[in-house]
Design a protein around this ligand. Structure first.
Ligand SMILES: *[C@@H]1O[C@H](CO)[C@@H](O)[C@H](O)[C@H]1NC(C)=O
Ligand SMILES: *[C@@H]1O[C@H](CO)[C@@H](O)[C@H](O)[C@H]1NC(C)=O
Ligand SMILES: *[C@@H]1O[C@H](CO)[C@@H](O)[C@H](O)[C@H]1NC(C)=O
Ligand SMILES: *[C@@H]1O[C@H](CO)[C@@H](O)[C@H](O)[C@H]1NC(C)=O
Length: 431
């Protein structure tokens, strides 16, 4: 035991230890008085007593670390390769192990630190977290593993953290969250996965997180597997942004119940398949903001699903859904600042449930995406009556001579296609 080192640490100690030191000094003085009476050299004794008292009252501290107190230990940039579990004071509550060289977090790595409340492993070379890595930490509330090369969150990696409240996993290289990664983290309130190259959300990725308030996901998600949100029973806030999907498929929202706020935004949603929302119930606020939507097969939101306020805002919808395919039984519907093609289907859009009877309001708040000459204009700035209805268009087509009308039609199709392309480029450059 290095006496000098302890003295040094003593100087950096917190208030609690200051009091302890004071007490030690008082004891020292008393002992010295007694000893002095007995005629023993004071100086030697002082040294002995110090060693004796420190060895018994203060536990060890790994030499790479700074034990600010018996509850707070910092081992930052210590060059540690192994976690010196045995050398930590068992009373430690805050442990920071940032910027060391751990590459693997084995099962039960921290068991024994039963008082631990906050743990940071940021900036390590962690490539794998084994199942039950954090078992035996009943009081752990905050866990941070950021800026590491971690690629996957494997099953049961965080299992058993029954009192965890926040897990920060941003700025890693996480490509997939596997099923049951968070099993048993029943008290988790905040999960941050932003700034990861996450492509796939696997089925049951969040199973076990029953009371989470917020999950922050990164941009660029390409695949939402069915049941990927299964088990999120009482989610407060969920934002799904910057996704690049081919379609919204059936089953992806299965298990989405009692969600206060769900926002799907700034994403390419591809085709919204009719049964995508079948399994969603009790969503208070459902938002589609600034997405590109190729088409909507059908929508079927019924009263039994108890969907509150649905907001469509700022979306580019490349094909007007047929009104007979839309059943929108929700408490409130807001459709503003969207872009629709102003083609022959516009009439049925205005008569259908998306406009919900308030045509004047609808056309003053939504835009045309095509044809080219009206691109970006409010619908109320164009002469809607002059747009032929679809039935008429088909009739005209039938009547017109095939050769001329065909080439004209083709040209127009090409134009609107280019137009849409232009719009998408604009949209995604902005976002
Ligand atoms: C990080 O870990 C990998 C293997 O997991 C190893 O190849 C690499 O050398 C390590 N890098 C550093 C800086 O320790
Ligand atoms: C979990 O956290 C709560 C709130 O901080 C606390 O009351 C409870 O004792 C903790 N449970 C355990 C096992 O430490
Ligand atoms: C919508 O859902 C209701 C009730 O589940 C069902 O009866 C109806 O056929 C569905 N409509 C469509 C277009 O799927
Ligand atoms: C549609 O309009 C009717 C009549 O104005 C209104 O009572 C109803 O709440 C509206 N529906 C939605 C979903 O906003």
């Amino acid at each position: 035991m290095d006496n000098k080192e302890f003295c040094l640490r003593g100087e950096m100690s917190t208030e609690d230890e200051g009091i302890e030191q004071l007490a030690i000094s008082v004891i020292c003085v008393k002992l010295i008085q007694i000893m002095a009476k007995q005629g023993i050299t004071i100086l030697i004794l002082l040294g002995y007593i110090r060693v004796a008292i420190f060895t018994t009252s203060l536990p060890t501290c790994p030499s790479e670390c700074l034990c600010l107190s018996q509850t707070q230990v910092l081992c930052n940039s210590g060059g540690l390769v192994e976690i010196p579990l045995k050398k930590f004071p068992p009373t430690v509550e805050h442990l920071s192990l940032t910027r060391n060289s751990f590459s693997l977090i084995k099962s039960d790595t921290f068991s024994g630190l039963r008082q631990l409340r906050k743990l940071s492993l940021d900036g390590n070379n962690i490539s794998l977290i084994k199942p039950f890595a954090f078992r035996g930490l009943p009081k752990l509330r905050d866990l941070s593993i950021q800026h590491t090369p971690l690629k996957t969150v494997s099953p049961f990696a965080f299992a058993g953290l029954q009192n965890i409240s926040t897990i920060y996993l941003s700025y890693n290289k996480i490509k997939s969250v596997e099923g049951y990664a968070f099993a048993g983290t029943t008290n988790l309130k905040l999960l941050v996965l932003s700034h990861n190259p996450l492509i796939v959300l696997e089925s049951n990725a969040f199973t076990g997180i029953t009371e989470v308030e917020r999950i922050a996901l990164p941009s660029g998600i390409k695949v939402l597997e069915p049941d990927c949100f299964n088990g999120l029973d009482t989610l407060g806030h969920m934002q799904l942004a910057f996704m690049d999907l081919r379609s919204l498929k059936r089953g992806i929202f299965r298990g989405f119940t009692n969600v206060k706020y769900l926002s799907i935004q700034e994403s390419d949603l591809g085709v919204i398949e009719g049964d995508a929302f079948d399994d969603m119930t009790y969503v208070r606020s459902l938002n589609f903001l600034n997405n590109k939507i190729d088409s909507i097969q059908w929508l079927n939101w019924t009263w039994e699903q108890h969907i509150g306020h649905v907001r469509f805002q700022g979306n580019h919808i490349l094909e007007i859904p047929k009104p007979e395919t839309l059943l929108i039984e929700v408490e409130k519907l807001t459709v503003v600042s969207n872009h629709f093609p102003c083609d022959c289907h516009l009439h049925s859009l205005l008569a259908g449930p998306l406009a919900n009877g308030s045509i004047v309001n609808f056309i003053s708040k939504n835009y045309c995406i095509s044809p080219l000459e009206v691109n970006g204009m409010y619908m109320n700035n164009i002469d809607i009556e002059s747009i032929a209805r679809c039935e008429e268009v088909t009739k005209e087509n039938l009547e017109a001579s095939p050769s001329s009308s065909n080439s004209a039609q083709k040209l127009e199709n090409l134009c609107s296609y280019l137009n849409i392309l232009l719009y998408l480029l604009k949209l995604f450059r902005i976002t």
